[in-house]
Design a protein around this ligand. Structure first.
Ligand code: SAM
Length: 416
Protein backbone atom coordinates (compact mmCIF):
# COMPACT_ATOMS: atom_id res chain seq x y z
CA UNK A 1 0.00 0.00 0.00
CA UNK A 2 1.34 3.48 -0.86
CA UNK A 3 0.14 7.01 -0.14
CA UNK A 4 -0.07 9.54 -2.90
CA UNK A 5 -1.37 13.00 -3.78
CA UNK A 6 -2.88 13.16 -7.28
CA UNK A 7 -5.37 15.11 -9.39
CA UNK A 8 -8.30 13.05 -10.73
CA UNK A 9 -8.11 12.88 -14.50
CA UNK A 10 -11.68 11.89 -15.45
CA UNK A 11 -14.52 9.56 -14.47
CA UNK A 12 -14.71 6.11 -16.09
CA UNK A 13 -17.63 3.78 -16.97
CA UNK A 14 -17.92 2.17 -13.51
CA UNK A 15 -18.31 5.69 -12.05
CA UNK A 16 -14.86 5.84 -10.45
CA UNK A 17 -12.18 8.46 -10.99
CA UNK A 18 -9.12 7.63 -13.08
CA UNK A 19 -5.83 8.78 -11.54
CA UNK A 20 -2.20 8.41 -12.59
CA UNK A 21 1.05 8.11 -10.68
CA UNK A 22 4.57 6.96 -11.53
CA UNK A 23 3.41 3.32 -11.76
CA UNK A 24 0.47 3.90 -14.08
CA UNK A 25 -3.31 4.31 -13.59
CA UNK A 26 -5.60 3.44 -10.70
CA UNK A 27 -9.27 4.05 -9.87
CA UNK A 28 -10.87 5.79 -6.88
CA UNK A 29 -14.50 5.91 -5.68
CA UNK A 30 -16.29 9.07 -4.61
CA UNK A 31 -14.20 11.63 -6.51
CA UNK A 32 -14.76 14.26 -9.21
CA UNK A 33 -12.65 15.11 -12.24
CA UNK A 34 -10.18 17.82 -11.19
CA UNK A 35 -10.22 16.95 -7.45
CA UNK A 36 -6.76 17.08 -5.85
CA UNK A 37 -6.84 14.15 -3.46
CA UNK A 38 -4.80 12.16 -1.01
CA UNK A 39 -5.17 8.41 -1.60
CA UNK A 40 -3.79 5.10 -0.45
CA UNK A 41 -3.17 2.84 -3.42
CA UNK A 42 -3.45 -0.94 -3.23
CA UNK A 43 -2.63 -3.60 -5.78
CA UNK A 44 -5.62 -5.89 -6.37
CA UNK A 45 -5.82 -9.25 -8.06
CA UNK A 46 -4.60 -9.47 -11.66
CA UNK A 47 -2.42 -6.37 -11.27
CA UNK A 48 -5.21 -3.76 -11.24
CA UNK A 49 -4.66 -0.98 -8.73
CA UNK A 50 -7.32 0.71 -6.62
CA UNK A 51 -7.08 3.89 -4.58
CA UNK A 52 -8.94 4.66 -1.34
CA UNK A 53 -9.81 8.30 -0.87
CA UNK A 54 -8.20 9.66 2.31
CA UNK A 55 -8.85 13.39 1.85
CA UNK A 56 -9.98 15.90 -0.76
CA UNK A 57 -7.22 18.53 -0.63
CA UNK A 58 -8.67 20.83 -3.32
CA UNK A 59 -12.22 20.11 -4.46
CA UNK A 60 -13.19 20.23 -8.12
CA UNK A 61 -15.90 22.71 -9.20
CA UNK A 62 -17.95 19.58 -10.06
CA UNK A 63 -18.56 18.85 -6.37
CA UNK A 64 -21.71 19.48 -4.37
CA UNK A 65 -22.83 18.53 -0.86
CA UNK A 66 -24.51 15.09 -0.95
CA UNK A 67 -28.09 15.03 0.38
CA UNK A 68 -27.66 11.58 1.94
CA UNK A 69 -25.80 10.70 5.14
CA UNK A 70 -24.92 7.24 3.79
CA UNK A 71 -22.93 8.59 0.85
CA UNK A 72 -19.62 7.07 1.90
CA UNK A 73 -20.92 3.59 2.66
CA UNK A 74 -24.01 2.81 0.56
CA UNK A 75 -23.63 0.85 -2.68
CA UNK A 76 -26.68 2.59 -4.18
CA UNK A 77 -25.81 6.06 -5.52
CA UNK A 78 -22.18 6.64 -6.49
CA UNK A 79 -22.39 10.18 -7.95
CA UNK A 80 -24.17 11.96 -5.08
CA UNK A 81 -21.15 14.24 -4.67
CA UNK A 82 -21.45 15.63 -8.24
CA UNK A 83 -23.53 18.65 -9.29
CA UNK A 84 -26.32 17.95 -11.81
CA UNK A 85 -24.32 19.81 -14.47
CA UNK A 86 -21.26 17.66 -13.79
CA UNK A 87 -23.33 14.45 -13.90
CA UNK A 88 -24.70 15.51 -17.29
CA UNK A 89 -21.27 16.35 -18.70
CA UNK A 90 -19.68 13.15 -17.34
CA UNK A 91 -22.48 10.93 -18.69
CA UNK A 92 -22.08 12.51 -22.11
CA UNK A 93 -18.33 11.84 -21.90
CA UNK A 94 -18.89 8.20 -20.90
CA UNK A 95 -21.17 7.69 -23.91
CA UNK A 96 -18.69 9.22 -26.36
CA UNK A 97 -15.81 7.30 -24.77
CA UNK A 98 -17.60 3.93 -25.12
CA UNK A 99 -18.57 4.65 -28.73
CA UNK A 100 -14.97 5.48 -29.63
CA UNK A 101 -13.14 2.84 -27.56
CA UNK A 102 -15.56 -0.10 -27.72
CA UNK A 103 -17.69 0.77 -30.75
CA UNK A 104 -14.65 1.88 -32.81
CA UNK A 105 -16.52 4.89 -34.24
CA UNK A 106 -14.37 7.89 -35.11
CA UNK A 107 -14.79 11.05 -32.96
CA UNK A 108 -16.15 12.81 -36.08
CA UNK A 109 -18.83 10.13 -36.60
CA UNK A 110 -19.77 10.26 -32.92
CA UNK A 111 -20.10 14.05 -32.92
CA UNK A 112 -22.39 13.79 -35.93
CA UNK A 113 -24.89 11.31 -34.45
CA UNK A 114 -24.83 11.80 -30.63
CA UNK A 115 -27.51 14.18 -29.30
CA UNK A 116 -27.34 16.04 -25.95
CA UNK A 117 -28.26 14.02 -22.82
CA UNK A 118 -31.94 14.17 -21.81
CA UNK A 119 -32.12 14.66 -18.03
CA UNK A 120 -35.09 15.00 -15.63
CA UNK A 121 -36.21 18.65 -15.39
CA UNK A 122 -36.86 18.39 -11.64
CA UNK A 123 -35.28 16.03 -9.06
CA UNK A 124 -38.70 14.49 -8.22
CA UNK A 125 -39.04 13.30 -11.85
CA UNK A 126 -35.89 11.27 -11.29
CA UNK A 127 -37.12 9.59 -8.07
CA UNK A 128 -36.86 5.81 -8.17
CA UNK A 129 -40.22 4.07 -8.06
CA UNK A 130 -38.84 0.59 -7.43
CA UNK A 131 -35.92 -0.88 -5.51
CA UNK A 132 -34.46 -4.24 -4.53
CA UNK A 133 -33.45 -4.92 -0.94
CA UNK A 134 -31.73 -7.78 0.86
CA UNK A 135 -32.87 -8.37 4.44
CA UNK A 136 -30.08 -8.04 7.03
CA UNK A 137 -29.50 -10.29 10.07
CA UNK A 138 -31.82 -8.12 12.19
CA UNK A 139 -34.68 -8.54 9.68
CA UNK A 140 -34.39 -5.00 8.25
CA UNK A 141 -34.47 -3.96 4.61
CA UNK A 142 -30.93 -3.27 3.43
CA UNK A 143 -28.94 -2.27 0.37
CA UNK A 144 -25.53 -3.73 -0.32
CA UNK A 145 -22.74 -1.63 1.16
CA UNK A 146 -20.35 -0.01 -1.30
CA UNK A 147 -18.06 -2.54 -3.02
CA UNK A 148 -18.90 -5.27 -0.53
CA UNK A 149 -21.44 -8.01 0.15
CA UNK A 150 -22.11 -6.44 3.56
CA UNK A 151 -25.65 -5.19 4.11
CA UNK A 152 -26.58 -1.68 5.12
CA UNK A 153 -30.01 -1.25 6.79
CA UNK A 154 -32.00 1.52 5.10
CA UNK A 155 -34.67 3.32 7.12
CA UNK A 156 -35.24 6.02 4.48
CA UNK A 157 -33.67 6.87 1.12
CA UNK A 158 -33.74 10.27 -0.64
CA UNK A 159 -33.32 8.63 -4.07
CA UNK A 160 -36.67 6.85 -3.68
CA UNK A 161 -40.18 8.10 -4.26
CA UNK A 162 -41.21 9.65 -0.90
CA UNK A 163 -44.03 7.12 -0.26
CA UNK A 164 -41.68 4.22 -0.91
CA UNK A 165 -39.04 5.71 1.38
CA UNK A 166 -41.60 6.28 4.16
CA UNK A 167 -42.67 2.62 4.03
CA UNK A 168 -39.23 1.12 4.60
CA UNK A 169 -39.25 1.55 8.37
CA UNK A 170 -42.87 0.40 8.75
CA UNK A 171 -42.43 -3.19 7.61
CA UNK A 172 -42.21 -5.99 10.21
CA UNK A 173 -38.94 -7.90 10.70
CA UNK A 174 -38.37 -10.10 7.65
CA UNK A 175 -36.43 -13.31 7.08
CA UNK A 176 -32.66 -12.60 7.07
CA UNK A 177 -31.29 -13.08 3.56
CA UNK A 178 -34.69 -12.65 1.88
CA UNK A 179 -34.74 -10.55 -1.29
CA UNK A 180 -37.58 -8.02 -1.32
CA UNK A 181 -38.53 -5.79 -4.23
CA UNK A 182 -40.77 -2.80 -3.52
CA UNK A 183 -42.48 -0.72 -6.18
CA UNK A 184 -44.91 2.16 -6.08
CA UNK A 185 -47.72 3.25 -8.40
CA UNK A 186 -50.19 6.11 -8.03
CA UNK A 187 -52.30 4.06 -5.55
CA UNK A 188 -49.67 2.65 -3.22
CA UNK A 189 -46.92 0.11 -2.81
CA UNK A 190 -46.54 -3.54 -3.72
CA UNK A 191 -43.85 -6.05 -2.83
CA UNK A 192 -42.28 -8.94 -4.71
CA UNK A 193 -40.45 -11.68 -2.80
CA UNK A 194 -38.61 -14.83 -3.81
CA UNK A 195 -40.10 -17.15 -1.23
CA UNK A 196 -43.70 -18.03 -0.28
CA UNK A 197 -42.72 -17.81 3.42
CA UNK A 198 -41.98 -14.10 2.99
CA UNK A 199 -45.54 -13.60 1.75
CA UNK A 200 -46.80 -15.15 4.99
CA UNK A 201 -44.58 -12.86 7.11
CA UNK A 202 -46.01 -9.79 5.38
CA UNK A 203 -49.66 -10.96 5.44
CA UNK A 204 -50.51 -9.71 8.99
CA UNK A 205 -48.91 -6.34 8.19
CA UNK A 206 -51.08 -6.07 5.09
CA UNK A 207 -54.24 -6.92 7.04
CA UNK A 208 -53.37 -4.30 9.68
CA UNK A 209 -52.51 -1.77 6.97
CA UNK A 210 -55.86 -2.36 5.25
CA UNK A 211 -57.70 -1.87 8.58
CA UNK A 212 -55.80 1.20 9.83
CA UNK A 213 -54.40 2.84 6.69
CA UNK A 214 -51.02 3.22 8.41
CA UNK A 215 -48.98 1.61 5.64
CA UNK A 216 -49.15 2.11 1.91
CA UNK A 217 -48.24 -1.55 1.22
CA UNK A 218 -51.26 -3.14 -0.45
CA UNK A 219 -50.08 -6.48 -1.84
CA UNK A 220 -47.28 -9.03 -1.99
CA UNK A 221 -46.44 -11.56 -4.68
CA UNK A 222 -43.89 -14.40 -4.53
CA UNK A 223 -41.83 -15.67 -7.44
CA UNK A 224 -43.92 -18.86 -7.28
CA UNK A 225 -47.14 -16.92 -7.67
CA UNK A 226 -48.44 -16.88 -4.08
CA UNK A 227 -50.00 -13.53 -3.25
CA UNK A 228 -51.81 -11.59 -0.55
CA UNK A 229 -53.78 -8.39 -1.15
CA UNK A 230 -53.52 -6.65 -4.52
CA UNK A 231 -49.95 -7.24 -5.78
CA UNK A 232 -50.38 -5.63 -9.20
CA UNK A 233 -48.99 -2.28 -10.31
CA UNK A 234 -51.00 -0.14 -12.69
CA UNK A 235 -49.44 2.39 -15.00
CA UNK A 236 -45.83 1.76 -13.99
CA UNK A 237 -44.88 -0.30 -17.03
CA UNK A 238 -45.96 2.60 -19.27
CA UNK A 239 -44.46 5.39 -17.10
CA UNK A 240 -47.99 6.62 -16.39
CA UNK A 241 -49.17 6.68 -20.01
CA UNK A 242 -51.76 3.83 -19.81
CA UNK A 243 -52.90 1.96 -16.68
CA UNK A 244 -51.25 -1.26 -17.90
CA UNK A 245 -50.52 -4.07 -15.41
CA UNK A 246 -47.23 -5.35 -14.03
CA UNK A 247 -45.82 -6.28 -10.63
CA UNK A 248 -42.75 -5.75 -8.47
CA UNK A 249 -41.03 -8.90 -9.81
CA UNK A 250 -41.33 -7.87 -13.46
CA UNK A 251 -38.89 -5.48 -15.12
CA UNK A 252 -39.96 -1.85 -15.48
CA UNK A 253 -38.03 1.39 -15.80
CA UNK A 254 -37.31 2.68 -12.28
CA UNK A 255 -38.04 6.35 -12.93
CA UNK A 256 -41.03 8.00 -14.62
CA UNK A 257 -38.68 10.32 -16.50
CA UNK A 258 -36.54 7.44 -17.81
CA UNK A 259 -39.52 5.37 -18.91
CA UNK A 260 -41.20 8.25 -20.74
CA UNK A 261 -38.00 9.53 -22.36
CA UNK A 262 -37.06 6.06 -23.67
CA UNK A 263 -40.59 5.48 -24.96
CA UNK A 264 -40.73 8.84 -26.74
CA UNK A 265 -37.29 8.35 -28.32
CA UNK A 266 -38.21 4.84 -29.49
CA UNK A 267 -41.53 5.95 -31.00
CA UNK A 268 -39.88 8.88 -32.80
CA UNK A 269 -36.96 6.68 -33.91
CA UNK A 270 -39.20 3.92 -35.28
CA UNK A 271 -40.81 6.48 -37.63
CA UNK A 272 -44.13 5.80 -39.36
CA UNK A 273 -44.82 2.17 -38.37
CA UNK A 274 -48.47 2.11 -39.47
CA UNK A 275 -49.00 -1.18 -41.34
CA UNK A 276 -45.29 -2.12 -41.14
CA UNK A 277 -43.89 -5.40 -39.80
CA UNK A 278 -42.09 -4.71 -36.54
CA UNK A 279 -40.05 -7.19 -34.51
CA UNK A 280 -39.74 -6.19 -30.87
CA UNK A 281 -36.97 -7.97 -28.97
CA UNK A 282 -36.94 -7.99 -25.14
CA UNK A 283 -40.55 -6.79 -25.02
CA UNK A 284 -41.15 -7.25 -21.26
CA UNK A 285 -44.69 -6.42 -20.13
CA UNK A 286 -45.31 -3.99 -22.99
CA UNK A 287 -43.68 -0.63 -22.19
CA UNK A 288 -42.79 -0.11 -25.88
CA UNK A 289 -45.17 -2.70 -27.37
CA UNK A 290 -48.33 -0.83 -26.44
CA UNK A 291 -47.44 2.56 -28.01
CA UNK A 292 -45.96 0.86 -31.10
CA UNK A 293 -49.13 -1.22 -31.51
CA UNK A 294 -51.29 1.89 -31.02
CA UNK A 295 -49.24 3.51 -33.82
CA UNK A 296 -50.41 0.72 -36.15
CA UNK A 297 -47.33 -1.56 -36.27
CA UNK A 298 -47.86 -5.25 -37.00
CA UNK A 299 -45.83 -6.54 -34.07
CA UNK A 300 -44.08 -9.77 -33.33
CA UNK A 301 -42.87 -9.43 -29.72
CA UNK A 302 -40.27 -11.75 -28.19
CA UNK A 303 -39.54 -12.00 -24.48
CA UNK A 304 -37.91 -14.63 -22.27
CA UNK A 305 -39.73 -14.07 -18.99
CA UNK A 306 -43.04 -15.92 -18.61
CA UNK A 307 -44.44 -13.51 -16.01
CA UNK A 308 -43.70 -10.48 -18.21
CA UNK A 309 -45.38 -12.24 -21.16
CA UNK A 310 -48.49 -12.90 -19.08
CA UNK A 311 -48.71 -9.18 -18.28
CA UNK A 312 -48.10 -8.34 -21.93
CA UNK A 313 -50.99 -10.61 -23.00
CA UNK A 314 -53.24 -9.05 -20.35
CA UNK A 315 -52.23 -5.52 -21.38
CA UNK A 316 -52.70 -5.96 -25.12
CA UNK A 317 -56.18 -7.44 -24.50
CA UNK A 318 -57.03 -4.62 -22.06
CA UNK A 319 -56.13 -1.92 -24.56
CA UNK A 320 -57.55 -3.69 -27.61
CA UNK A 321 -54.37 -4.13 -29.62
CA UNK A 322 -53.23 -7.29 -31.37
CA UNK A 323 -49.63 -8.43 -30.86
CA UNK A 324 -48.08 -11.76 -31.79
CA UNK A 325 -46.10 -12.40 -28.61
CA UNK A 326 -43.92 -15.43 -27.99
CA UNK A 327 -41.49 -16.69 -25.41
CA UNK A 328 -37.99 -17.37 -26.68
CA UNK A 329 -34.38 -16.89 -25.66
CA UNK A 330 -33.01 -14.11 -27.86
CA UNK A 331 -29.62 -14.74 -29.42
CA UNK A 332 -28.10 -15.17 -32.87
CA UNK A 333 -30.17 -18.35 -33.46
CA UNK A 334 -33.58 -16.71 -32.94
CA UNK A 335 -36.19 -17.83 -35.49
CA UNK A 336 -36.87 -14.84 -37.76
CA UNK A 337 -39.60 -13.79 -40.18
CA UNK A 338 -39.50 -11.05 -42.81
CA UNK A 339 -39.49 -7.68 -41.08
CA UNK A 340 -39.28 -3.92 -41.75
CA UNK A 341 -38.38 -2.38 -38.37
CA UNK A 342 -36.66 -3.90 -35.32
CA UNK A 343 -36.85 -2.48 -31.79
CA UNK A 344 -34.59 -4.05 -29.13
CA UNK A 345 -34.39 -3.19 -25.42
CA UNK A 346 -31.90 -5.70 -23.95
CA UNK A 347 -30.61 -6.01 -20.37
CA UNK A 348 -27.25 -4.55 -19.27
CA UNK A 349 -25.36 -7.42 -20.88
CA UNK A 350 -26.58 -6.38 -24.32
CA UNK A 351 -27.91 -8.53 -27.17
CA UNK A 352 -26.44 -12.05 -27.22
CA UNK A 353 -24.92 -12.77 -30.62
CA UNK A 354 -25.82 -9.25 -31.82
CA UNK A 355 -23.52 -9.14 -34.86
CA UNK A 356 -24.88 -12.33 -36.45
CA UNK A 357 -28.45 -11.54 -35.43
CA UNK A 358 -28.26 -8.13 -37.18
CA UNK A 359 -26.84 -9.75 -40.30
CA UNK A 360 -29.75 -12.20 -40.37
CA UNK A 361 -32.24 -9.37 -39.74
CA UNK A 362 -30.81 -7.43 -42.69
CA UNK A 363 -31.34 -10.54 -44.86
CA UNK A 364 -34.96 -10.63 -43.64
CA UNK A 365 -35.49 -7.10 -44.93
CA UNK A 366 -35.00 -4.95 -41.81
CA UNK A 367 -34.29 -1.37 -42.90
CA UNK A 368 -34.47 0.31 -39.51
CA UNK A 369 -33.20 -0.61 -36.06
CA UNK A 370 -34.08 1.17 -32.82
CA UNK A 371 -31.70 -0.04 -30.12
CA UNK A 372 -32.12 0.85 -26.45
CA UNK A 373 -29.09 0.37 -24.23
CA UNK A 374 -28.56 0.65 -20.48
CA UNK A 375 -24.81 0.08 -20.63
CA UNK A 376 -22.55 2.13 -22.91
CA UNK A 377 -19.94 -0.64 -23.33
CA UNK A 378 -22.32 -3.44 -24.39
CA UNK A 379 -24.47 -0.93 -26.29
CA UNK A 380 -21.41 0.24 -28.26
CA UNK A 381 -20.40 -3.36 -28.97
CA UNK A 382 -23.90 -4.12 -30.33
CA UNK A 383 -23.90 -0.95 -32.45
CA UNK A 384 -20.61 -2.07 -34.00
CA UNK A 385 -22.30 -5.40 -34.85
CA UNK A 386 -25.18 -3.54 -36.52
CA UNK A 387 -22.78 -1.38 -38.54
CA UNK A 388 -20.89 -4.52 -39.65
CA UNK A 389 -24.26 -5.85 -40.89
CA UNK A 390 -24.71 -2.78 -43.13
CA UNK A 391 -26.65 -0.36 -40.89
CA UNK A 392 -25.69 3.27 -40.36
CA UNK A 393 -26.21 5.10 -37.06
CA UNK A 394 -28.49 8.10 -37.76
CA UNK A 395 -28.94 9.36 -34.20
CA UNK A 396 -28.18 8.36 -30.63
CA UNK A 397 -29.93 10.04 -27.69
CA UNK A 398 -28.41 9.51 -24.22
CA UNK A 399 -30.96 9.52 -21.39
CA UNK A 400 -30.33 10.13 -17.69
CA UNK A 401 -32.77 7.57 -16.28
CA UNK A 402 -30.78 7.24 -13.02
CA UNK A 403 -29.68 10.62 -11.70
CA UNK A 404 -27.21 10.38 -8.76
CA UNK A 405 -25.45 7.38 -10.33
CA UNK A 406 -23.03 6.81 -13.22
CA UNK A 407 -25.69 4.84 -15.12
CA UNK A 408 -26.76 6.16 -18.50
CA UNK A 409 -29.17 4.78 -21.12
CA UNK A 410 -29.45 5.55 -24.80
CA UNK A 411 -31.76 5.08 -27.74
CA UNK A 412 -29.94 4.64 -31.07
CA UNK A 413 -31.66 4.78 -34.45
CA UNK A 414 -30.03 3.03 -37.42
CA UNK A 415 -31.05 2.58 -41.03
CA UNK A 416 -29.91 0.61 -44.05
C1 SAM B 1 -34.37 -3.99 -20.14
S1 SAM B 1 -35.73 -5.08 -20.00
C2 SAM B 1 -36.84 -4.33 -21.16
C3 SAM B 1 -38.27 -4.78 -21.08
C4 SAM B 1 -39.28 -3.83 -21.75
N1 SAM B 1 -38.87 -3.46 -23.08
C5 SAM B 1 -39.53 -2.60 -20.90
O1 SAM B 1 -39.09 -1.52 -21.26
O2 SAM B 1 -40.15 -2.74 -19.84
C6 SAM B 1 -35.12 -6.51 -20.79
C7 SAM B 1 -36.10 -7.65 -20.93
O3 SAM B 1 -35.47 -8.68 -21.69
C8 SAM B 1 -35.74 -9.95 -21.12
N2 SAM B 1 -34.58 -10.75 -21.49
C9 SAM B 1 -33.31 -10.59 -21.05
N3 SAM B 1 -32.47 -11.41 -21.72
C10 SAM B 1 -33.23 -12.11 -22.62
C11 SAM B 1 -32.95 -13.08 -23.62
N4 SAM B 1 -31.70 -13.47 -23.89
N5 SAM B 1 -33.98 -13.57 -24.33
C12 SAM B 1 -35.24 -13.16 -24.11
N6 SAM B 1 -35.57 -12.20 -23.21
C13 SAM B 1 -34.58 -11.69 -22.45
C14 SAM B 1 -35.96 -9.70 -19.65
O4 SAM B 1 -36.84 -10.66 -19.11
C15 SAM B 1 -36.58 -8.29 -19.66
O5 SAM B 1 -37.99 -8.36 -19.71
Amino acid sequence: MSRDVVVVDKLVPGGQGLCRDGEGVFFVDGVAAGDRIEVSVERKRRGAREGRLLAVLEPSADRTLPDCGLVAVCGGCDWLHLTRAAQTRCKEELVVDALVRVGRFSPTEVTAFVRPLLAPPAPADGARRRARFVVDDAGRLAFFARRSHGRLAIAACPALDARLSATLSLLPPLRPGAVVRLAVDDDGIVAGVDDDDDVLVLAPHLRAAAATGTSALRGVLSARGRSVGDPFLRGEITAGWLPARSDALTFAQATRFGGAAIRDAVITGAGDVDGRRLLELFAGAGHLTLPLARAGAIIEAVEGDERALQHLGHNTALFGVVVDARRAFIDEHLRLRDVDVVVADPPRTGIPGAALLFRRLAEKGAVRLVLVSCDPATGARDLRGAVAAGFVVDALTPIDAFPRTHHVEWVAVLSR
